[in-house]
Design a protein around this ligand. Structure first.
Ligand SMILES: Cc1cc2nc3c(=O)[nH]c(=O)nc-3n(C[C@H](O)[C@H](O)[C@H](O)COP(=O)(O)OP(=O)(O)OC[C@H]3O[C@@H](n4cnc5c(N)ncnc54)[C@H](O)[C@@H]3O)c2cc1C
Length: 307
């Protein structure tokens, strides 16, 4: 197989290329399906909105989509979305005024109080939809080719089941299967809101003061976590990767200090100057390391520098 990094030899080829999977399949003589990106826009509400939904609020699904839902996130926000719109461009992850307006209207019907809440972020993603209802999974024993494509919505939840199914199919097709001898994939650090975060862990801070140095005040991310992410087996390549691993800069407030610290993302390892004593939020100044902040309502709105 010719790749951008040179020729690659393999015993089996698995096509799991998402939005590009039909093109790869076409190169291999397939052509039984075409990916039509189905854009989904989503709105993330501030953590102050979190008490509103007590569970995921989901309308009755249609044949085309499960519909717009209101869901609490593991990070303590509230998510509204997604929309479902077929687009031609496989890179078009822009949000639109119409999409966001439709979301707010749908959200208002599900949970009217949501309309008064502050929005932290809006984003869009593309589902790898095809003209078929089901996933496009097939094993070609003769050519030793596996197609795992058209994994549209539900793909994340179904991923472990899909993997088990494909492994089973490969076994039936004659691939000798054995338990891996090396350790499994590296464990990612816990970054949800429900457990104890490093800034709340006095023992951890005592052992390593970097876990007490909060550098992203909205999301309570510490210098120790950023350092660890950059030194991890799967280090982030860019700011988005760092955000996914640590939550850094995922909050609503982009202060001048946040912008200055963006430069970390391009560094191979942390060599920044220690953060200056924070002036906001108030709980962060002059309090013993490891002290939990007061509830969000007490410290998050409005920051004094926002005018
Ligand atoms: C708006 C939205 C809502 C969703 N809602 C849900 C939900 O509620 N529940 C749920 O379970 N799932 C949901 N999903 C679906 C889920 O995120 C996707 O189904 C899943 O990520 C698809 O997995 P995949 O591995 O097929 O594709 P991807 O995750 O897209 O992976 C494909 C990979 O192939 C790489 N690639 C592409 N072309 C090439 C090439 N030529 N060479 C090398 N690499 C290549 C890409 O870079 C990418 O890393 C949603 C998705 C969206 C966008």
């Amino acid at each position: 197989m010719a790749t951008t990094t040179g020729p690659l030899r393999c015993r089996w080829l698995i096509n799991a290329a998402g939005l590009e999977s039909d093109r790869i399949d076409g190169m291999l003589g397939g052509g039984g399906f075409t990916i039509t990106p189905r854009r989904g826009e989503l709105i993330v509400f501030d953590k102050l909105a979190r008490p509103l939904p007590r569970s995921i609020l989901l309308p009755v699904p249609t044949a085309r989509t499960k519909g717009v839902l209101v869901a609490p996130t593991v990070y303590g926000n509230v998510l509204l979305g997604p929309t479902a719109e077929d687009v031609a461009d496989r890179t078009d992850t822009a949000t639109t005024a119409a999409g966001l307006a439709a979301l707010l209207a749908a959200g208002g019907q599900i949970l009217p109080d949501l309309a008064a809440e502050e929005v932290t972020a809006a984003y869009a993603g593309l589902r790898a939809a095809t003209e078929h209802r089901d996933y496009q999974i097939g094993v070609d024993e003769q050519r030793r080719y596996v197609c795992v494509a058209g994994i549209r919505s539900t793909g994340l939840s179904a991923s472990l089941g899909i993997a088990e199914y494909v492994v089973g199919q490969l076994g039936e097709a004659g691939l000798p299967l054995r338990e891996r001898e090396t350790a499994g994939p590296p464990a990612m650090p816990y970054i949800g809101q429900a457990g104890v975060r490093p800034y709340q862990d006095a023992a951890r801070i005592a052992a390593d003061p970097d876990y007490g140095a909060i550098v992203c005040h909205c999301e309570r991310v510490t210098r120790g976590e950023i350092r660890d992410a950059l030194a991890s087996p799967l280090p982030p390549n860019d700011l988005d990767g760092l955000r996914r691993r640590t939550r850094v800069l995922n909050g609503p407030r982009w202060t001048p200090r946040c912008r200055r610290r963006r430069r970390w993302s391009s560094r191979p390892a942390i060599s920044c100057t220690p953060p200056r004593p924070p002036t906001w939020p108030p709980w962060a100044a002059g309090m013993p390391l490891g002290t939990s902040p007061p509830p969000w309502a007490a410290c998050c709105r409005p920051p004094p520098w926002s005018g």
